[in-house]
Design a protein around this ligand. Structure first.
Ligand SMILES: *[C@@H]1O[C@H](CO)[C@@H](O)[C@H](O)[C@H]1NC(C)=O
Ligand SMILES: *[C@@H]1O[C@H](CO)[C@@H](O)[C@H](O)[C@H]1NC(C)=O
Ligand SMILES: *[C@@H]1O[C@H](CO)[C@@H](O)[C@H](O)[C@H]1NC(C)=O
Ligand SMILES: *[C@@H]1O[C@H](CO)[C@@H](O)[C@H](O)[C@H]1NC(C)=O
Ligand SMILES: *[C@@H]1O[C@H](CO)[C@@H](O)[C@H](O)[C@H]1NC(C)=O
Ligand SMILES: *[C@@H]1O[C@H](CO)[C@@H](O)[C@H](O)[C@H]1NC(C)=O
Length: 416
């Protein structure tokens, strides 16, 4: 309590400075956006030569602070096509993969891009890419998980890339990683393919078996060595577990393959992950996040009784309370249990409920299957071919990143 008060005071004493700098930051951003210069204004104004230890303070304005008591995961989606525009467009972000560019792939409606998440008791801070880059200066942010998590990674890259001049940023593929480097901030935003977090036979970034699954519930070292020292880690793993009620896995002897209940297997895997965290993470220097399950909208009768379709042709979010059977509450409880017992602090971003409402925001037939865009014939058979797992971008994962950003701002001010 006392600690919190002193913190608040320290932050308050920064307000006049904050307001002045906000203006400057705002102007710089417009500059960069319009000039698209190859020369780096960001670097001139705020950059520091590499290796110089002193870090400029990031200015946290009053609007950036979410109240401790506010649950940002409870709220509603509000339509706003005027003052709230997506942070980027399919055209303005060259880093989007075909799988997520729904408009380009022929999606006729674009309403899904204009819903803003409004928590009940507070406002999410306005996302400011420059501020995020200042927080990330000299750091690595890594998303670990499956293709849903890859969507969140791409969303984050697109949300920040517009302020970085051409030639000062690059996207590299180093399977199973993708690395977006931002030279002038000496920072990177990365993605690491590990659909089960622990090791499995599906770990090859592109040539992985999808139907045949075998998870090594007690093995994580091969992945873990790539996560060591990463400043901010964001984990996610869910949909790959949920193919059938049981899953082939090993635990102990690598030759002893058994069918495990998915819940049992998931728990063992998370425990392996938890042990890795406890032995490898330095809580003083590293931050860990865990994303809750991304919901699927595979059965339209769940929100429209009597129908027999899926997310295809859905243009509006679900109104009123809703929780689909695809989001397994037993798995939710396991995550809760494992995180509660961890000695390392992991921030749980419980985005399931807010995403549950968004039956309209999946790629549906305007995405890929087995790495190829759907053919016309396949598109005309949405029952068989609609993808109600992945999300169009810009879209729902941008909101997850706004929430992640809010937390990064919050934890950053604690280090002021
Ligand atoms: C920036 O660089 C690209 C290629 O390197 C060039 O085509 C473009 O004209 C440059 N833009 C400006 C504003 O100098
Ligand atoms: C915004 O949405 C409203 C209601 O759907 C519509 O009438 C209006 O034309 C839209 N405005 C813009 C700028 O798209
Ligand atoms: C487990 O592996 C066996 C042998 O390959 C296979 O017959 C069985 O269907 C698999 N079980 C699951 C749940 O995939
Ligand atoms: C696996 O799940 C089934 C159905 O949920 C349950 O009946 C069974 O007891 C479970 N087995 C184990 C080993 O937990
Ligand atoms: C899509 O939904 C609209 C109503 O929301 C309906 O009129 C139209 O026939 C549907 N299209 C298809 C291809 O199912
Ligand atoms: C996540 O949110 C849902 C819906 O609000 C809630 O039922 C669930 O208990 C939460 N999970 C955890 C682990 O807090």
């Amino acid at each position: 309590m006392t600690k919190q008060l002193t913190l608040d005071r320290r932050i308050q004493s920064l307000f006049p400075v904050a307001l002045a700098s906000l203006l400057v930051l705002g102007t710089t951003r417009v500059f960069l956006d319009t000039l698209k210069s190859n020369h780096s204004f960001v670097f001139q104004l705020y950059g520091r030569p590499r290796g110089q230890e002193q870090r400029p303070a990031v200015i946290i304005s009053p609007e950036d602070r979410i109240d401790e008591s506010c649950n940002v995961f409870e709220g509603k989606w509000v339509w706003n096509n005027e003052s709230y525009l997506p942070h980027y467009t399919e055209q303005s972000c060259p880093y989007l993969v075909k799988q997520v560019t729904c408009q380009k792939n022929g999606r006729p409606d674009s309403y899904y891009k204009n819903w803003r998440w409004q928590p009940n008791d507070c406002k999410l801070p306005r996302f400011d890419p420059l501020k995020l880059m200042q927080i990330l200066r000299g750091k690595r942010l890594m998303f670990v998980g499956d293709s849903v998590q890859r969507g969140q990674f791409e969303s984050m890259v697109c949300m920040v890339q517009s302020i970085i001049p051409r030639g000062k940023k690059s996207l590299q593929r180093v399977p199973p990683r993708k690395i977006f480097r931002i030279d002038e901030f000496d920072a990177s935003i990365e993605y690491y393919w590990a659909p089960f977090i622990v090791e499995s036979i599906s770990d090859h970034a592109t040539k992985h078996t999808v139907l045949k699954r075998l998870v090594k519930l007690d093995s994580i070292a091969k992945h873990g060595k790539h996560w060591e020292g990463v400043d901010i880690l964001v984990f996610e793993s869910y949909v790959w577990w949920m193919h059938k009620p049981t899953i082939n896995a090993t635990y102990g002897s690598p030759n002893d393959v058994q069918e495990y209940n998915v819940t049992t297997a998931y728990k063992l895997a998370l425990q392996t992950w938890a042990e890795w965290l406890e032995s490898s993470i330095n809580p003083e220097r590293q931050k860990v996040f865990f994303m809750s399950m991304s919901p699927t909208h595979l059965w339209s009768w769940e929100w429209r009784p009597g129908s027999d379709e899926n997310c295809y042709n859905e243009s509006y979010p679900i109104q009123g309370s809703y929780w689909g059977t695809g989001s397994n509450t037993k798995i939710m409880d396991i995550i809760d249990d494992v995180l509660q017992n961890l000695k390392v602090k992991v921030t749980f971003l419980n985005i399931t409920q807010l995403s549950e409402y968004r039956k309209d925001a999946h790629t549906s037939v305007y995405g890929e299957r087995k790495g190829k865009l759907l053919t016309k014939d396949q598109r005309s058979d949405p029952k068989k071919f609609a993808d109600c797992i992945h999300w169009c971008l810009p879209g729902v994962p941008d909101t997850w990143n706004e929430i992640l950003y809010a937390h990064l701002l919050k934890s950053h001010q604690n280090f002021l």
